[in-house]
Design a binder for this molecule. Structure first.
Ligand SMILES: NC(=O)c1ccc[n+]([C@@H]2O[C@H](COP(=O)([O-])OP(=O)(O)OC[C@H]3O[C@@H](n4cnc5c(N)ncnc54)[C@H](OP(=O)(O)O)[C@@H]3O)[C@@H](O)[C@H]2O)c1
Length: 336
């Protein structure tokens, strides 16, 4: 197939391009040529800006497009309008953040969606999920029956610039007393980017449409099991100290970014309680295959070891702050 990838040079897109090439497809990249411009020297590259200059796409056609970098609904719409007669199929990398609430585990693709109050909003930080919903809707309207929406949760793997999963693998590897947030039995989901990428290509080849939750693994995973797996892969002497969410909230620890994968289940964020506990049954029924978690942990650590030690990581608790919080927590515990 001739595939157009909008983006394709950082993480999710990079792995999708690798999977497409591995499957023997002909790939064209469209991006600004700013991020990782030396990636894929063998592949055709069209330079443009999806928000302002699509001219490089004019007069061309492909079997399918995979859009990994769509965040702003009106620019997704503009791109789809241009491509509607030039591609047969449109894959949009969306997110499980499209759902309105996460009050029960095992929610499928029919869960209620967020609504963007003003279609012109471009504030991705505050309206990420709402903007993905409207983008999906534009695609369904412009290419009915030809748009595939892949709603991922936390994506992990080599090249991940977000570091949320990488934090846990490296933190456990470092060993010692590890601040583990919330409760050991809290649900967690992660999908290996390479499983996501391979399955995306298979779904494009079959020209499936509609929405799919693309989360993993294929069994209920808990925070405790994730940390235990990290420990068994790294054979570290890590000891997990489970610190309750009230304490961390009182100390103003920032969920998700400063404390990756931690979703405090109270107060304003109570509707996030099952954020990482969505149903992936539909994707599994359509052939999604999930590799063992230990493989993801091992490969993330091997990749992380190639990065400069002094490179600032995007997520995770600073070692000093972790030590300070643990000292206070243990002192409180002793006092009962
Ligand atoms: N990470 C997660 O856990 C997670 C979870 C759920 C969903 N997602 C979704 O996964 C996707 C993330 O993919 P990624 O960033 O890893 O993809 P990627 O395709 O590997 O990287 C982003 C690409 O977009 C290009 N780009 C950025 N701005 C552009 C513009 N204005 N015009 C043209 N190209 C542009 C970048 O190249 P240039 O800079 O050179 O233009 C780069 O090639 C997003 O859609 C996100 O919502 C991620």
């Amino acid at each position: 197939m001739k595939l157009l990838v909008i983006g394709g040079t950082i993480f999710v897109g990079h792995h999708i391009v690798e999977a497409a090439l591995r499957a023997g497809h002909e790939v064209t990249l469209f991006n600004r040529g700013q991020s990782n411009p030396d990636a894929f020297p063998e592949v055709e590259k069209l330079i443009g800006d999806r928000n302002s200059d699509l001219s490089a796409l004019e007069g061309r056609s492909w079997d399918a497009v995979i859009d990994t970098s769509g965040y702003i609904p009106k620019t997704v719409k503009r791109l789809a309008e241009l491509l509607a007669d030039r591609v047969e199929h449109y894959t949009f990398i969306s997110s499980i953040s499209v759902y309105k609430e996460f009050m029960k585990p095992g929610m499928d693709e029919n869960g209620p969606l967020l609504e963007l109050e003003d279609p012109d909003i471009e504030d991705v930080w505050n309206y990420y999920g709402e903007m993905k919903v409207l983008s999906e809707r534009h695609l369904d309207a412009i290419m009915p029956g030809r748009a595939l929406h892949l709603r991922s949760g936390l994506i992990a793997g080599p090249r991940d610039p977000m570091d949320r999963f990488t934090y846990w693998a490296t933190r456990v590897q470092r060993g010692g007393k590890v601040l583990a947030p919330g409760r050991p039995q809290d649900p967690i989901q992660i999908i290996d980017v390479r499983d996501l990428a391979a399955w995306t290509i298979a779904m494009v080849e079959a020209k499936h449409s509609g929405a799919f939750n693309v989360v993993g693994p294929d069994y209920p995973l808990t925070f405790e099991r994730l940390l235990n797996e990290c420990q068994s892969v790294t054979r570290s002497d890590a000891e997990f100290e489970w610190v309750n969410s009230d304490f961390l909230m009182n100390k103003k620890v920032i969920p998700w970014d400063e404390m990756p994968l931690w979703n405090p289940c109270q107060g304003e964020t109570a509707n996030m309680i099952y954020y990482l506990a969505q149903s992936n049954q539909k994707a599994l029924d359509h052939g999604l295959r999930i590799r063992p978690l230990a493989d993801t942990i091992r490969d993330v650590l091997a990749w992380d070891a190639t990065r400069p030690a002094d490179q600032i990581r995007s997520a995770g608790l600073a070692a000093k702050k972790e030590g300070r919080l643990l000292t206070e927590w243990l002192a409180n515990k002793e006092q009962g």
